[in-house]
Design a protein around this ligand. Structure first.
Ligand code: SF4
Length: 470
């Protein structure tokens, strides 16, 4: 984003404080534009004026230009399942945040047995993994043309489209790509890939079918030249593939190319390479390697480029030991460091508790909460879990920082009416909050027991300490 101060945005807005954008003032709206929680087009008065008044039109255009993300954002797919890629502002997450998680596509190919294609597509479409309060899912399916037969490729692509996931269509053959686009252009697939050899035909296809396109070359000058050619011809949605080379020196070169592209775009301000980047960790080039070695490298390369700076990846392996670590890493890299991940404070009954069961206390930092909740649930412990609002801060830091307080615990006890649900007044606090034991007892009138530091040890702790000795 070229703009650095809300005032620069504010000066281009109508400044009437009419609230139509959903914010109280134009200045507040401007501040939200800057942190990307609001979009310029939410200012309806400006959009409407721009249709009648050339001055307003030029202000709107200027606003859109100065607030556009550093890296172009493109959309693959249509409807609810469409996935956004690119749109990043910074090289390092802590400088602001990363916005659009690397999109993960998994391949099928048109010479694969029909049943196997169905199995792979279903696996991708249905995959869900619960992690820190939300389900992680896979983004789409890459359909590779290995038959070199336009009709066969077109049919397989049509079948894959029925799973409703965004698609990448993979072939260097323009005739095969055209046959596929005839079937699914309205689903807005990403077409892969335009190269030095086929770019004229792929340019025609991208323009004719209005689909995003990947340009591909390991020579960065040629890659940039392809991107410039496509842009000047009117293609707006471009992805760069600097070619993922084999493990070893090739991988090192790939890594350097990816870093160079993103640095040139963000630090150097070169808009000709400010596009999302594609990486393909498929380790098919390890032809003589066994499956386990290939899978290992796929996970390693995937992880490496989730961290720096792939916006889209095509994977091959549909096995948990490759999918799970890469997805989990992606979830962590793409959480917003400006907002601690937190859950709603309140009371959670665990395993259908009875009045005589223990009352536990934890914080609303999502990672702490889900660890405690999952430890209690999986150990089949019945109990009442009180979740204290520490603004998403973990136990140790919230005790030190004054967010985990005896008065907060008293308020929570009152709000949740836990005293009416149990027949005792014993509260088990986390081991890391031990120093608040006396203060909580004084404030609440409950007897406080200091539990273990690690919630995985609650079961053993309960065996010795529950029910409490009177
Ligand atoms: Fe200001 Fe536009 Fe929001 Fe109205 S809609 S308050 S003019 S930014």
């Amino acid at each position: 984003m070229k703009v650095k101060s809300p005032l620069e945005v504010y000066n281009l807005l109508p400044r009437t404080n009419c609230k139509e954008c959903g914010y109280d003032t134009c200045m507040s709206f401007a501040a939200h534009i800057l942190d990307r929680s609001a979009k310029v087009i939410q200012c309806k008065p400006l959009v409407e004026q721009s249709e009648k008044d050339p001055k307003a039109k030029s202000k709107l255009e200027k606003l859109l230009d100065i607030t556009a993300p550093e890296i172009a954002e493109i959309v693959i797919g249509s409807g609810d399942s469409a996935v956004k890629v690119g749109g990043e502002e910074v090289l390092h997450r802590h400088e602001l945040t990363f916005f659009n998680p690397t999109a993960f596509f998994y391949d099928v190919w048109d010479t694969l047995d029909e049943k196997k294609i169905e199995e792979r597509c279903e696996w991708v479409a249905k995959y869900r993994k619960f992690y820190v309060g939300k389900y992680l899912t896979l983004d789409g399916i890459a359909v590779r043309c290995t038959s070199n037969d336009p009709s066969k490729f077109g049919n397989v692509v049509k079948k894959v489209a029925s799973y409703g996931k965004p698609m990448v269509l993979v072939t260097l053959n323009p005739d095969c790509m055209k046959a596929a686009l005839e079937e699914v252009a309205d689903k807005k697939p990403l077409i892969y890939a335009a190269t030095e050899e086929n770019w004229r035909e792929f340019l025609r296809l991208a323009l004719e079918y209005k689909v995003p396109v990947v340009v591909r070359s390991s020579d960065l000058d040629k890659l940039k030249s392809l991107a410039v050619t496509f842009k000047q011809a009117g293609v707006k949605e471009i992805v760069l593939d600097p070619v993922t080379e084999p493990v070893g020196e090739g991988l090192k070169r790939t890594f350097e190319r990816v870093i160079q592209i993103r640095r040139t775009a963000i630090e150097g301000g070169d808009k000709d390479v400010a596009y999302p980047i594609m990486v393909t960790p498929i380790s098919a080039h390890l032809i003589n390697a066994d499956d386990v070695t290939k899978e290992y490298w796929e996970a390693v390369i995937g992880g490496m480029f989730v961290v720096k700076y792939a916006d889209i990846m095509i994977f091959h392996t549909l096995k948990q030991h490759v999918v799970m670590p890469t997805l989990t890493l992606r979830a962590n890299i793409y959480t917003d460091p400006r907002t601690p991940v937190q859950v709603e404070p309140g009371l959670r009954p665990i395993n259908d508790p009875k009045p005589e069961d223990p009352v536990f206390l934890t914080t609303n930092f999502a990672l702490t909460y889900y660890t405690v909740e999952s430890d209690l649930t999986s150990a089949k412990i019945r109990g009442w879990l009180l979740v204290l609002n520490t603004e998403g801060i973990c136990v140790e830091a919230s005790v030190a920082g004054g967010k985990f307080t005896a008065s907060g615990v008293k308020q929570l006890i009152e709000q949740t009416k836990i005293a009416e649900k149990v027949n005792h007044k014993y509260l088990v606090i986390p081991g890391l909050a031990a120093r608040l034991q006396g203060a909580i007892e004084d404030e609440t009138g409950w007897k406080v027991l200091v539990g273990p530091i690690d919630s995985g040890r609650i079961k053993g702790w309960l065996e010795k300490n529950w029910p409490p000795k009177k």
